[in-house]
Design a protein around this ligand. Sequence first.
Ligand code: MG
Length: 304
Amino acid sequence: MSQNASIYEIHDDRFRYLTVGSAGLDELYDGCRWAEGPVWFADLNCLLWSDIPNQRMLRWAEGTVSVFRSPSHFTNGNTRDREGRLVSCEHGSRRVTRTEVDGSITVLADRYEGKRLNSPNDVVVRSDGSIWFTDPSYGILSDYEGYRAEPEQATRNVYRIDPTTGELEAVVTDFGQPNGLAFSPDETKLYVADSASSHDVTAPRHIRVFDVVDGKNLANGREFCSVDKGLPDGFRIDVAGNLWTSAGDGVHCFAPDGTLLGKILVPQTVANLTFGGPRRNRLFITATRSLYSVFLATSGAAMS
Ligand code: MG
């Protein structure tokens, strides 16, 4: 392990080819309470992200920050579907929504087997249009990131919304607190973080990987990696299949075989990140109060 610059911790020489040694960490905004859910809009050249406790979503365009949506129903994770529409996880209303091109809101999921969801946290869309999201209980544990409530679901699941029928199916039910999720570039694997160590220090701090079977089922779940500082929350995958995850001391990068390649050290606890910019080679990082970015020598997988 060596350091070539103040923000990089290199655990494997491959990391030198994924990062730009002279590229620093830029703080783009400081004024959130808990920044989350970054999503890049290349067509608008802007980033949207969530400031969960402040009930708002913000928009960053080079040099300017403005309020995109408030109140936001304590929106957490965001992504775009294959038609470019914003898909969001709302803690407050305990649902997953889509913002249509005319600005109206469509509810995609708010109940499973007749009972309310816990508090949808993060979401990803597969190329077939299916929407996959996690449903831990963080948004109903207190009135800080949602509204305190008793869970109606017996477990905290990963769900899939069928692109044809709109039906909801629980695809994994044995997580402590499922959180960030992303597909491998070829969509044959789904990675899902478990952040249960936030409230149970004996819980693993790991990301699991599953084989995607027939595009809709998950099999062969196993541990992919474990973070050694803090816990894994949101993450994304680059074009080569490397996984870039949030952690307590910054962003950790793991090779497709699970090897820790290196870290980008960030001054605040990182909750999530996404690739953006015209070349998708700029990593936008939501970290507690702030939004940061750093240019990389790789780029994000399509729609990751
Ligand atoms: Mg999350």
